[in-house]
Design a binder for this molecule. Structure first.
Ligand code: ATP
Length: 607
């Protein structure tokens, strides 16, 4: 495998670095989804794969609800039929039955929880897999438009939202609806008058409770927002601590922090003290509805319209009836947020993947490396032309240097040759064949990339070099490292080739570059692209890198993006680019004599 994929993969691997906007797990998003029906249909397409699990969840939910509904009825009957008439055998028998009912209810609840969890985890695993697969197949231009943080948030937070909902909300929604309908039916079968009273009093109390909690919620969201400011301030400050110290701004930062810290304290006190009183408030409200039911029940019992057992049953049912009422609104919001989350996932899944013609016919053939750009016109997403009918020709084995001011279009030429982007008009030919007619994987295998932002993956040095060709032996890896001048520094590492490195640290920039050169050596491509490092590496490492690049270029068509003209004087052709056009071309000597743009650049650098 060629290391051409580095750039794409590098983009993705950096995803984790910054958390962008997006919903957080558990947060109830205020976003309203766009096409609910379609989104639910697509979530369903993931769910229906596990029909059996679904069925089990459904049945166990109904059964556990039935058992829950049965117990108040049985308690009422126990009181009326056995306790009031002091039949203790019956009381014992009913106690036994109640025990079985409670245990069965708990058992089915457990079964329901277990299968719901399994269902949701299977579903989100499939979604994550699809999403990651999509990231691998998307064209680079897609990643220009979206921030890494946003994509990361879709893969983790949005999917977590979907998972939580499938796991909890859907089950609760089903059981809430059953509970609501079931308790009404059970109550009606006991007493119509009492049912009417319960149906009136419970929602009223639920409504008042909701009003009170909404009021306290305000302080909670204020607390969250102040907490966000404190976190942001601390993070920014630690990241920029060097600058703060260098400019002697410590005291100012401290004062600013004191202010926001104090704000957090003030709102924190309000939120926390209210949160403590929320439980008692809700209890009191529930007790109030008990009182109302008990008083009316007492009056009816006094007139012998109902029995004491029925009053007790109703007190229980009022509790069971109020739970779903309190939960339904919340569940609806959670469901909305999950649908919005799923929509963000599907949005990525619906992006068109890289176009490719799967033509494996020429796959085994090694190309010679003749490259032609024929009147290539190209622009990125914006309509500003970046390459304007550019033509160039590189013979097999030739070294072509690309020079020019920043933004001239050097990197763009490379992006087009690798088909990271597609041209709008003209042709790019390799060995006389239009690259659009080539299989992309095959094309990229022929091209080796050594980029200036040399990317390494988390893994051992050995693995990182072997990325260039997966079937290479340890011996071959070591030889490649030797050719790339990397062997000596690797040997000095504590565990040599088995040293574990990470994408964001461990080894220096120059050493990374040497590793990517070794990767390219191993891949043995016919065409080579070298983007010279601009970052300051020490002169010894720089010499190492240049020697390594030189030996790598032997016998391959090479495109070198040069920032220091001293390194490209041996190039067969130097192409001077400005503003998307080739304004001069020739060897170093020819261009110096010509006394044009290149000559000026060269003089500037010498100076
Ligand atoms: N992904 C992109 N999306 C939109 N515009 C881009 C993108 N990449 C580059 N450009 C624009 O295309 C033009 C050419 O950029 P390119 O990277 O090819 O220049 P360069 O010659 O390689 O510059 P440098 O020497 O700074 O690397 C610039 O104006 C740049 O802003």
């Amino acid at each position: 495998m060629s290391n051409i994929k580095n750039k794409a993969s590098a983009n993705l691997s950096q995803i984790g670095l910054n958390q962008g906007p997006g919903s957080r797990p558990g947060e109830i998003a205020k976003v309203r989804s766009k096409n609910v029906k379609e989104t639910i249909r697509r979530i369903w397409s993931y769910l229906k794969v596990q029909r059996l699990h679904l069925l089990i969840v459904f049945i166990s939910t109904i059964l556990s609800t039935c058992f829950t509904l049965l117990s108040p009825y049985l308690i009422g009957k126990t009181i009326d039929n056995y306790i009031v008439v002091q039949q203790f055998d019956g009381v014992l028998k009913m106690g036994g039955i109640l025990f079985i009912v409670y245990v069965s209810g708990a058992l089915f609840t457990w079964i329901q929880q277990f299968f719901a969890a399994s269902l949701s985890q299977h579903t989100v695993r499939d979604m994550r897999q699809d999403l990651f697969e999509k990231y691998q197949g998307l064209p680079i231009k897609f990643f220009d438009k979206s921030t890494h943080g946003d994509l990361m948030s879709r893969t983790t937070n949005d999917i977590a939202n979907v998972s939580n909902t499938l796991n909890q909300t859907v089950v609760q929604l089903i059981s809430s609806i059953f509970m609501l309908a079931g308790s009404v039916v059970m109550m009606l079968s006991l007493s119509i008058r009492m049912t009417l009273i319960t149906i009136f009093i419970v929602p009223t109390v639920a409504y008042i409770t909701k009003k009170i909690t909404t009021y306290t919620k305000k302080y909670f969201s204020e607390q969250q927002s102040h907490l966000g400011s404190v976190n942001g301030f601390v993070q920014e400050n630690i990241t920029g601590l060097k600058v703060t110290k260098a400019f002697g701004r410590e005291a100012v930062s401290l004062d600013e922090f004191r202010v926001i810290n104090e704000k957090l304290r003030a709102v924190g006190v309000k939120a926390q003290s209210l949160s403590g009183s929320m439980g008692p408030i809700m209890n009191t409200m529930r007790n109030l509805s008990f009182v109302v039911i008990a008083v009316f029940g007492g009056i009816f019992a006094y007139h012998e319209i109902i029995t004491i057992g029925i009053i007790v049953s109703f007190l229980n049912y009022s509790n069971q009836f109020s739970q779903p009422i309190n939960q339904l609104a919340n569940q609806y919001n959670l469901l909305q947020s999950a649908i919005a989350g799923a929509e963000r996932v599907f949005e990525v899944l619906d992006q068109p993947s890289e176009e490719n013609i799967e033509k494996k016919t020429d796959v085994d053939k090694k190309i010679k490396g003749e490259v032609n750009f024929d009147k290539v016109y190209f622009h990125y997403e914006t309509d500003v032309a970046v390459l304007k009918n550019l033509s160039l020709h590189a013979k097999p084995g030739e070294m072509v240097a690309l020079v020019g001011p920043t933004g001239a279009g050097k990197t763009t030429i490379i992006n087009l040759l690798t088909r990271f982007y597609e041209i709008q008009s003209g042709k790019i030919l390799i060995d006389g064949k239009d690259i659009r007619q080539m299989d992309k994987d095959y094309l990229r295998q022929q091209i080796g990339l050594v980029l200036q932002d040399a990317y390494v993956f988390s893994g051992t040095i050995m693995d990182n070099i072997r990325y260039g060709r997966l079937d290479a032996t340890d011996q071959e890896v070591e030889e490649a490292a030797k050719l790339a001048n990397a062997h000596s520094f690797i040997q000095k590492l504590p565990k040599g080739y088995e040293t574990y490195i990470t994408s964001d640290g461990s080894i220096s920039q120059g050493q990374r570059q040497l590793l990517t050169i070794a990767r390219a050596v191993l891949a043995n491509p016919s065409i080579l692209i070298l983007d010279e490092a601009t970052s300051s590496v020490d002169t010894r490492t720089e010499r190492h890198i240049q020697e390594a690049m030189k030996s790598l270029m032997k016998g391959r068509t090479s495109f070198v993006i040069a920032h220091r003209l001293s390194t490209i004087q041996e190039a067969d052709t130097i192409l001077v680019l400005d503003n998307g056009e080739i304004i001069e071309s020739g060897s170093h000597k020819e261009l110096v004599i010509k006394n044009g743009f290149y000559q000026k650049l060269y003089e500037n650098q010498l100076a």
